[in-house]
Design a protein around this ligand. Structure first.
Ligand code: NAD
Ligand code: DAU
Length: 338
């Protein structure tokens, strides 16, 4: 099988490329990525010469380019990870989110339809459901929860989900969608909360916690997200949405404290800063559908996964130091003024 993975130079995409090359060595993986600030080929250095892997630089929102690539390569399966993904950046610059996330999805859908791919899988997010109240621990996101977005990022992801479902209903395109909770693990760009806290704690720098730190996220190790997508590709029903999550709800403050403790750093590094605009209170996935229908189970608990992730960052300092030394340092200064 020939699989197009878009956004394969980003955090989850590169973990998925590694996962697929290991678990399905008979398949060929083509990685299409624009290499925005978030794309990093250093994350794939160990597989760049693999005979069943290829990298193509390009923009999923460039319709002509996408059409030509599909005509040439005749992909069997498309897994679309490519997106602008950072909520804070979507608040300062929504336009690029609409372009890459919505127009990019449309270009891929059109090409998938024209060249008859067997499966188009859209990697979506639990953020399309908006948020849940902090005091209602009995409430979870199910696949039936109405879309109710808060940020330009989540709105652009919800818009692309609706486009994907419309191509199923109107054109019969064989699609599936997954909506996963917050991921953590190796190769995550240090603008995101866990690697941001980890890399700053390493240098005894202050850790910027938005608002009160009581917002809740539902954490899943990136390996478990990859295994869930693999299972959906193999056994998922067409036209269906599958939520992915492992019941690992934590307040942001709890997560920061776990990191500080594991790194033997003082809690005095924590600095409460101005809250994110429109900050979602709580995410919590109900994964019953994927568990019962497809038999998916996560491999990692939060405790084992976060320990392994901290070790990975400590052992791969060069990978994140290159990012901290690059254009990201300007973003950080402007964003945090710390
Ligand atoms: P990321 O920001 O680390 O990587 C995104 C990748 O997409 C980068 O390599 C970037 O260069 C590429 N890209 C961006 N615009 C592109 C374009 N126009 N054309 C081609 N490539 C482009 O993102 P991530 O955290 O790995 O997220 C991957 C996907 O998973 C996204 O669709 C995101 O919405 C979804 N998701 C993420 C999480 C999470 O916790 N990170 C959770 C659920 C779902
Ligand atoms: O739920 C899935 C989503 O998870 C994905 O769709 C997004 O692409 C991904 O970025 C992530 O979104 P979040 O906004 O939840 O992740 P982030 O790492 O930016 O923030 C996690 C929590 O930590 C959130 O409540 C905001 C808070 N935070 C974040 C940063 C960057 C801080 O308190 N301080 C920070 O500096």
């Amino acid at each position: 099988m020939k699989i197009l993975v878009t956004g394969g130079a980003g955090f989850i995409g590169c973990n998925f490329v590694h996962y697929m090359l290991k678990e399905h060595p008979q398949d060929t993986v083509v990685n299409l990525d624009l290499l925005t600030y978030a794309g990093n080929l250093e994350s794939l250095a160990d597989v760049e010469d693999a005979p069943n892997y290829r990298f193509v630089k390009g923009d999923i929102a460039d319709m002509e380019f996408v059409d030509a690539l599909f005509e040439k390569e005749r992909f069997d399966v498309v897994v679309n990870f490519a997106a602008e993904t950072h909520v804070d950046r979507s608040i300062t610059d929504p336009g690029v989110f609409v372009r890459s996330n919505m127009m990019g999805t449309q270009a891929l859908l059109d090409a998938a339809r024209k060249y008859g791919v067997e499966r188009y899988h859209q990697v979506s997010t639990d953020e399309v459901y908006g948020d849940l109240p902090l005091e209602r621990k009995d409430l979870f996101f199910t696949e039936q929860t109405p879309l109710h977005t808060s940020s330009p990022y989540s709105a652009s992801k919800a818009g692309s989900d609706l486009l994907v479902l419309s191509y199923y209903r109107t054109f019969g395109l064989p699609v599936t969608i997954s909506r996963c909770s917050n991921n953590y693990g190796a190769y995550q760009f240090p603008e995101k909360m866990i690697p941001l806290m980890l890399t700053r704690a390493f240098y005894d720098q202050t850790l910027p916690v938005y608002g009160t730190g009581e917002n809740v996220r539902d954490w899943l190790h990136v390996y478990d997200h990859c295994s869930a997508i693999d299972l959906i590709l193999q056994k998922g029903r067409l036209g269906e949405v599958y939520n992915i999550g492992g019941h690992n709800e934590k307040t942001n403050l709890e997560v920061v404290r776990v990191i500080l403790k594991a790194m033997d750093k003082p809690e005095s590094l924590i600095r409460f800063v101005a809250d994110r605009k429109g900050h979602d209170l709580r995410y919590a996935i109900d994964p019953k559908k994927i568990e019962t229908e497809l038999g998916w189970k996560p491999k990692y608990t939060f405790e084992t996964g976060i320990r392994q992730t901290i070790e990975w960052y400590l052992e791969h300092r060069e990978w994140w130091q290159h990012i901290l030394d690059g254009e990201y340092s300007d973003y950080f200064k402007k964003m945090y003024k710390l």
